[in-house]
Design a protein around this ligand. Structure first.
Ligand SMILES: [Zn+2]
Length: 422
């Protein structure tokens, strides 16, 4: 899927230089050249086109609910295209690189997900604003996607230095993920129909958009495989989304959280703190991460690169000891024997999950949304695409997280499974 996307845009699209991960990480300090689908020569200085424009605003406070677009204050220089219409001539030393990096990252994420969806995704705010306004820098310890705009502040690294989010692909992809969910799933039109799980789902979907989009960088996928020797349950770059440094992480995809460990979903969503909301997203994100790993393992078995016994022992829902030295050694041997097969299996699993997630969003109604409804829609989409092949595995993963089906999450004092390992 995405290999085909890259082939289609190469030569006819526009080149940008993007960091695959935060440049504070040693392995990702050099930005990579990436093609996006904007036709060559179609982007003006800014960059801008008919869908988005970047404004490097001077001393702009972050937007509040009452602010009206567009920004009309002072601005720094626009990022200029090269003579051939590309933006990959800009270097990180040039301030206009920040603007180009934001635009390129958002466009790249849209390309990937519009490809999965098979259609263009209009902005959810289009009746009011025709184009998305992107502000690459506000002096604010956060980033946000709002009604007609996206703006990036900073995170603090371990030394307390400000690291601009406009250079952090995960953060930009996460915010773009919110816009995809707003456009495709929508927003409940009555306050009483807005559930805590809708908000948790939003965060989870945005994290998954960031994860799956980052996996389109070959350097990122290769780095993870090399670091983990193919065992994706090992703590690695893949487990950290929105990371600021090697030791700090905002969210974790490969997490062991179950529903009884997070905020009661019957509570009014307005009572949940930001931290509780991000924690509420974790069982759902974790279920999809485990599904990704299980599909990847199935692909490895199919290609003869992994034994079914080893795959069984390293599946979370099968009560595996995920970090056992014996499993790691067996994985390392299998990976060293066939590294390219592992890369291919990961790319296939990424696209299998991405297509199913995108189509699941189409089936969901935002009103009274629950994780159980998300799980059922995902199963329906998967069944349409590949029959029963992955159904039992998917159900086992949702069960393990206590999502949907027969589980009554409220008042659950201990896990319902005796396969508990974490
Ligand atoms: Zn978010």
């Amino acid at each position: 899927m995405s290999v085909d996307l890259d082939r289609r845009v190469r030569g006819v699209g526009t080149k940008f230089k993007l960091y695959a991960q935060s440049p504070t990480l040693a392995a990702f300090q050099k930005p990579e050249t990436v093609w996006v689908s904007s036709p060559k020569g179609s982007l003006r200085a800014g960059p801008e086109d008919h869908r988005m424009y970047v404004v490097d605003a001077v001393d702009k406070p972050h937007y509040k609910n009452t602010d009206v677009l567009p920004y009309r204050g002072a601005r720094r220089a626009k990022a200029e295209p090269g003579p051939d219409g590309h933006f990959d001539h800009l270097t990180p030393e040039d301030r206009t690189f920040w603007s180009a990096h934001c635009f390129g990252a958002v466009r790249r994420v849209l390309d990937i997900w519009e490809d999965y969806l098979g259609t263009k995704v209009p902005w959810h705010f289009e009746p009011y604003y025709k184009r998305l306004e992107i502000i690459p820098w506000v002096d604010w310890k956060n980033a946000q996607f709002g009604w007609g705009f996206m703006e990036a502040g900073y995170g603090l690294d371990d030394k307390g230095d400000k690291r601009p989010f406009c250079l952090n692909f995960d953060v930009l992809a996460h915010e773009t993920g919110h816009s995809l969910v707003f456009s495709i799933v929508g927003f409940p039109n009555r306050p009483e129909a807005l559930t805590a799980e809708y908000r948790g789902f939003h965060e989870s979907a945005s994290d998954l958009v960031a994860l799956i989009s980052a996996l389109h960088f070959e350097s990122f996928a290769d780095h993870i495989l090399a670091q983990t020797k193919g065992n994706l349950y090992l703590k690695s770059a893949l487990n950290r989304i929105g990371e600021l440094s090697r030791t700090r992480q905002i969210r974790s995809a490969a997490n062991p959280m179950k529903m009884h460990q997070v905020a009661d979903t019957q509570r009014p969503h307005t009572d949940l703190t930001g931290k509780e909301l991000h924690t509420l997203a974790q069982p759902l994100t974790g279920a999809f991460f485990d599904i990704l790993v299980d599909i990847y393992q199935e692909k490895l078995i199919e290609y003869g690169a992994l034994s079914p016994e080893l795959a069984d022992r390293s599946s979370r829902s099968e009560a595996a000891d995920l970090d056992s030295p014996e499993i790691n050694a067996a994985y390392a041997k299998a990976y060293e024997d066939a590294p390219y097969t592992f890369r291919e299996a990961l790319a296939e699993a990424r696209d299998i999950l991405g297509i199913r997630l995108a189509q699941t969003w189409h089936l969901l109604s935002p009103a009274h949304l629950t994780y159980g409804k998300v799980a059922r829609a995902f199963l329906t989409v998967d069944r349409r695409l590949s029959g029963r092949r992955y159904q039992d595995m998917i159900i086992a993963n949702f069960h393990w997280r206590q999502i949907g089906f027969q589980f009554s999450v409220r008042g659950l004092s201990k896990p319902p499974s005796n396969k508990e390992q974490h």
